[in-house]
Design a protein around this ligand. Structure first.
Ligand code: ADP
Ligand code: ADP
Length: 240
């Protein structure tokens, strides 16, 4: 089965008169990278948030490795989040545009929080793994720093470590370089390229077209909440 399957997903916000996502279906095989593009307001963020369990869905379902983890419930518009358990939530990681590190925790504290508190994993073992991840993103020397002491690019790399330590089956990225100064974009994109090479399954929303072309196994174009085009030849997609 595919690492991620989204079938006939329907999403409507409370107080809205139409669906933001309508009959969206696609699969991402294990180890593959899907890049989602589309105009502002087409539903890209909403799609990632729905997959991550941050938004209730009203129709369709979402499966990981063939196991359905969420089914749409008509009338669930007003629920704050999906009904997914916190354990199921940890199987999908998400990194956002605005780095959401906890300001009152160090780098290590930020990375260790979910595995220790949510999954109850052994602290010493989690710390060793956190330090390995920090090495991988080139920030081992900042393990005791506070978020406000870091650059935007460094914070995003920490946010990626915080997602990775949960060993997510799928990792979602929503415009994670959009708010960064240009000189910091490269270091974050390089980390993502490294993850792709290591076989991490990912869904990426980005406006960095050259990066998208380089990293994508497949590109999906969203418009007005519907899939307009899918292409497994990113080279052709981005130059046509
Ligand atoms: P994109 O990421 O492609 O820019 P979004 O998923 O952010 O698109 O938004 C899709 C549509 O849903 C837009 O019309 C947006 O205004 C609307 N929308 C996004 N979030 C909410 C929300 N929390 N409540 C109501 N409408 C929303
Ligand atoms: P993005 O395109 O990355 O979603 P936006 O600026 O459109 O960024 O949205 C920022 C935040 O505002 C998101 O949390 C989104 O859910 C929310 N939002 C967007 N549009 C609306 C809307 N029409 N009503 C309520 N919340 C919205």
């Amino acid at each position: 089965a595919a690492a991620l399957s989204v079938r006939h997903l329907a999403k409507q916000y409370a107080n809205a008169n139409k669906r933001v996502l309508d009959d969206v279906s696609f699969e991402v095989p294990k180890g593959r990278v899907l890049v989602v593009v589309g105009p502002s307001g087409s539903g890209k963020s909403t799609l990632l948030r729905a997959i991550a369990g941050l938004e209730p869905i009203q129709g369709g379902d979402i499966a990981l490795g063939g196991e359905v983890i969420e089914t749409g419930r008509p009338g669930s518009e007003k629920a704050g989040r999906s009904a997914r358990s916190s354990e199921l939530r940890t199987r999908i990681g998400m990194v956002f545009q605005s780095y959401d590190l906890f300001p009152n925790k160090t780098v290590l504290g930020n990375i260790m929080m979910a595995p220790v508190l949510v999954l109850g994993r052994d602290k010493a073992e989690v710390e060793r793994e956190a330090i390995e991840l920090l090495k991988r993103v080139g920030l081992a020397d900042r393990k005791d720093a506070w978020p406000h002491e870091l650059s935007g690019g460094q914070r995003q790399r920490i946010a990626i470590c915080r997602a990775l330590i949960l060993h997510p089956e799928v990792l979602l990225f929503d415009e994670i370089t959009a708010a960064l100064d240009p000189e910091m974009v490269r270091e974050v994109l390089d980390v993502m390229i490294g993850l792709a090479r290591a076989g991490q399954t990912m869904v990426i929303v980005t406006h960095e077209m050259r990066f998208a072309r380089a990293i994508a196994d497949e590109v999906m174009l969203l418009e007005d909440g519907r899939i307009i085009e899918r292409c497994d030849d990113p080279e052709r997609f981005f130059t046509q």
